[in-house]
Design a protein around this ligand. Structure first.
Ligand SMILES: [Zn+2]
Length: 78
């Protein structure tokens, strides 16, 4: 039997995911991983779109992102 409830829940989850925005705390928690992926040449934007979205709208986190990026890049070069 076709489970409409599960189907509906999945659809709602997808819709929610598209609209959801993360806050600075969540962004900060995931920022390290985001930067590491970026530096590894992985598609961080695609893997963690919410972090990317937040960086577009939040100057504070974008500053933090750039600091981390610079710091990790310097470490990697050493
Ligand atoms: Zn923020």
């Amino acid at each position: 039997m076709f489970d409409k409830e599960i189907f509906k829940a999945v659809i709602e989850e997808i819709a929610d995911t598209r609209e959801v925005e993360i806050g600075c705390n969540e962004c900060f928690e995931q920022l390290g991983r985001f930067v590491e992926m970026e530096l590894s040449g992985l598609d961080a934007v695609r893997a963690m779109p919410l972090v990317h979205d937040h960086l577009q709208i939040c100057g504070e986190c974008r500053d933090e992102f750039e600091v981390l990026l610079t710091a990790l890049r310097a470490t990697g070069d050493a």
